[in-house]
Design a protein around this ligand. Structure first.
Ligand code: C2E
Ligand code: MG
Ligand code: MG
Length: 567
C-alpha cells in the first residue's frame, strides 16, 4: 500500500484529459499520497486552476492533444508566480528523446512515466518537490531584499570574542573593519550610520551565498567609531571587497546629493592572522585604520603588509579579468583527442587562454579558480562555449569530417539555474548538432548535491549532449553513484598517466578505471599522454582514446586543422 508522502497542505495540479484509464489510475495513486489534488482537463482551465489554487507542483500529461502539454509548460514557466514550481511531465512508452528535449526546453523539471508503479508515484513527486526547494535555488532565484542591517548594541569586545570562538578549530577567519572618515565632514558624519546600514544590507543580501557563513555585525566602539565584525569568513579578500563596496556606496550617495570630497578610510585585521583574541584583533584593526587614514581618504589597509599586498594583487587581477571578455583578451585553444588504435582525431577539447596585456599569457590553472570565486566564470564559460561550438560548426561547414567538441564546465556554471537554457540557446545560435557537443564535468562537482546533479545531467542528456567526467580518479566518487549518472565517458587524470609505465600503483589505478569504464559501457580517455611507451601501455589496457603532448599540445584553431580529415 502506498505510504502517504505529503502533508495535506501540499497541493498538486494534475492536468490530463479525463477518461483515459491511465489518468484515472494515476489520479487515484496521487490521492493516496495524501496531497490535495486539483484537476484540469485542458490548458485554459489549468491556467485558471493554477491562479486560484497556487499548487506546490504541477503534473502535465504529455498526451494532451496537439503539443498542448509543452505549450502549457512553457506558459506556466513564463509566469513569475510559477517560475520555481516543479513541473512534471507524464509520458507514455512512446515518448522519445525529441519529446523530452522539447519539454526540457519548455521548462519541465522532471518526467514521470505513466507505467510508474503506483507505490512509487509519491516518492517521485516528493523528489521533484525537494529538488525545487533546494536552498541554493531559492537564494539565487529570489530578488534581493535590501534590508538595512540594524546597529548591534552589544558589547564590541564580547561580539569579537564569540566570533573568534566560533572559528576555533576551523580554517575560517574573523575580520574586523574599523571605519574612519578621511577628513572632518559633518554632513557625512550625520548620515554615516544610515549609509553603512544600507550598504551592508545590500551587500549581505547579494553575497550571502559565498561571502560568509557567519553573521555581519555593525556596531560602535567606545570612541564612537563604526566597527564591522564579520564572522566565519572563508576568504580574507572578501573583507577587502566588503570594504570597497562600503566606500563605493558612500561615494555614490554623496555624489548623488551633489557632495564631493572625503571618502571612508577602512582598516582591516583578521583572526587568527593578526590576533588570536578579541583585544589583539581589535587593536590590530584600529592600527590598520590609522594607517589607512595616513594613506588618505578612500584608502583601505590591512594590518598585515604581506596580506595587504596579495589581497590587492588578487583584486587587481580579478578586476582585469572582469574586462577580459569585453576587451577580447581571451582565446580558445584546441587539443585533439585521438583514437588509440587508428590514431585518427575523433574529438577536440576547447581550453581557454588569457592573453593579459601586461602579464602575458595567464594560465587557466591561475585564473579559472579566481573566476569561479568571483562568479566571472559564468560569462567566461558562456563565451568559451559559444566560441567552441561556432568553431566546430565552421569545421563541419568547411567540409571536414564531423568531430565532437568538448568544453569544460565549471561547478559554478553547473549550478546555474539557467544552464540548460544557455547551452541549448548556444547550440541553436551556432547551429551545431547537440550530439557534437561534449561537456566535461569533474567528479567532485558531481558528488556535491546528488539530487540536483542527476537532474541536471538527465536534462543535458535528454537534449542530446555527450557527457564525460574529467580528471577521473581524483575525486573519490562512489562507484554506486557513478552507475546512476547518465554519462558517456571517463577521462583518466593526467597524474595517473605520467608514471604509468614505472609506478605500479598508477598502473593499477589506470587499469581499474579502464575496466570500470568497460563494465559500465563508457568510453575511457587518457589525459596527458606524452610518450610512445605510455601510449603502448594504454593500448594494451584497451583504453579507447588518448589526449596529450605526444600528439599535440592545445593550439589555436588554424594550427589544429591539419589533423582534421575531409568528409
Ligand atoms: P583539464 O580540462 O583537465 O585540461 C587538461 C590540461 O592538461 C590542460 O591544461 C592541457 O593543456 C594539459 N595537458 C594536455 N596534455 C598534456 C600533456 O601531455 N602533458 C601535460 N603536462 N599537460 C597536458 P590547461 O589548458 O592549463 O588547463 C588546466 C585546467 O583548467 C583544465 O584541466 C580545466 O580544468 C581548466 N580549464 C581550461 N579551460 C577551461 C574552460 O574553458 N572552462 C573551465 N571551466 N575550465 C577550464
Ligand atoms: Mg578537461
Ligand atoms: Mg583533466
Amino acid at each position: 500500500m502506498t505510504q502517504p508522502a505529503f502533508q495535506a497542505t501540499t497541493t498538486l495540479l494534475f492536468v490530463s484529459a479525463y477518461g483515459s484509464e491511465v489518468a484515472k489510475q494515476l489520479a487515484q495513486a496521487l490521492t493516496d499520497t495524501g496531497c490535495s489534488m486539483v484537476q484540469a482537463e485542458e490548458a485554459r482551465t489549468a491556467l485558471e486552476a493554477f491562479r486560484t489554487s497556487r499548487p506546490d507542483l504541477v503534473l502535465i500529461d504529455m498526451q494532451l492533444p496537439e503539443g498542448k502539454a509543452v505549450d502549457l509548460c512553457r506558459t506556466l514557466r513564463a509566469r513569475p508566480e510559477a517560475k520555481h514550481t516543479p513541473i512534471l511531465m507524464l509520458h507514455g512508452a512512446g515518448a522519445d528523446a525529441a519529446d523530452f528535449a522539447e519539454a526540457c526546453l519548455a521548462g519541465a523539471t522532471e518526467f514521470l512515466e505513466a507505467s510508474c508503479p503506483q507505490a512509487l508515484v509519491g516518492h517521485r513527486l516528493r523528489t521533484a518537490l525537494e529538488l525545487s526547494s533546494d536552498p541554493l535555488r531559492e537564494t539565487t532565484a529570489s530578488t534581493p531584499r535590501k534590508q538595512p542591517l540594524a546597529l548591534d548594541s552589544g558589547n564590541l569586545q564580547e561580539l569579537v570574542f564569540s566570533a573568534i570562538d566560533r572559528t576555533r578549530g576551523t580554517d575560517l577567519h574573523v575580520a574586523v573593519l574599523v571605519i574612519m572618515l578621511g577628513d572632518s565632514d559633518s554632513a557625512l558624519e550625520a548620515r554615516l550610520e544610515e549609509h553603512l546600514q544600507a550598504a551592508l544590507g545590500d551587500y549581505q543580501d547579494l553575497e550571502r551565498i559565498s561571502f560568509t557563513r557567519g553573521r555581519v555585525h555593525l556596531t560602535r566602539d567606545d570612541d564612537g567609531q563604526y566597527v564591522i565584525v564579520v564572522g566565519e569568513l572563508t576568504r580574507i579578500h572578501d573583507a577587502a571587497k566588503l570594504g570597497r563596496t562600503l566606500q563605493e556606496h558612500v561615494s555614490a550617495q554623496r555624489s548623488g546629493s551633489g557632495l564631493s570630497g572625503s571618502g571612508l578610510c577602512i582598516g582591516i585585521a583578521t583572526s587568527p592572522e593578526d590576533g588570536k583574541d578579541a583585544t589583539a584583533l581589535l587593536s590590530a584593526a584600529h592600527e590598520a585604520a590609522r594607517h589607512a587614514r595616513e594613506d588618505g581618504p578612500g584608502s583601505l589597509h590591512f594590518r598585515n603588509s604581506s596580506t595587504n599586498q596579495w589581497v590587492f594583487e588578487r583584486l587587481t587581477l580579478e578586476r582585469s579579468l572582469e574586462r577580459a571578455v569585453e576587451n577580447e583578451e581571451l582565446r580558445v585553444f584546441y587539443q585533439p583527442k585521438v583514437d588509440i588504435n587508428t590514431r585518427r582525431v575523433v574529438g577536440m577539447e576547447a581550453l581557454v587562454r588569457w592573453q593579459h596585456p601586461e602579464l602575458g599569457m595567464v594560465s587557466p590553472a591561475q585564473f579559472i579558480p579566481l573566476a569561479e570565486e568571483s562568479g566571472q566564470i559564468v560569462p567566461i564559460g558562456a563565451w568559451v562555449l559559444e566560441e567552441a561550438c561556432r568553431q566546430c560548426k565552421a569545421w563541419v561547414d568547411a567540409g571536414y569530417e564531423p568531430i565532437r567538441m568538448a568544453v569544460n564546465l565549471s561547478p559554478v556554471q553547473f549550478r546555474q539555474p539557467d544552464l540548460l537554457q544557455v547551452i541549448t540557446q548556444t547550440l541553436q545560435r551556432t547551429q551545431l548538432e547537440p550530439s557534437l557537443l561534449e561537456l566535461e564535468v569533474t567528479e567532485s562537482m558531481l558528488m556535491q548535491d546528488l539530487h540536483q546533479t542527476i537532474d541536471t545531467l538527465r536534462r543535458l542528456k535528454a537534449a542530446g549532449i555527450y557527457l564525460s567526467i574529467d580528471d577521473f580518479g581524483t575525486g573519490y566518487s562512489s562507484l554506486s553513484y557513478l552507475k546512476g549518472f547518465p554519462i558517456d565517458a571517463l577521462k583518466i587524470d593526467r597524474s595517473f598517466v605520467r608514471d604509468i609505465t614505472q609506478n605500479s600503483d598508477d598502473a593499477a589505478i589506470a587499469t581499474s578505471i579502464i575496466l570500470l569504464g568497460q563494465n559500465l559501457n563508457l568510453k575511457v580517455i587518457a589525459e596527458g599522454v606524452e610518450t610512445e611507451s605510455q601510449l603502448s601501455f594504454l593500448r594494451i589496457l584497451q583504453c579507447d582514446q588518448i589526449q596529450g603532448y605526444l600528439f599535440s599540445p592545445p593550439v589555436p584553431a588554424a594550427e589544429v586543422e591539419g589533423f582534421l580529415e575531409r568528409a
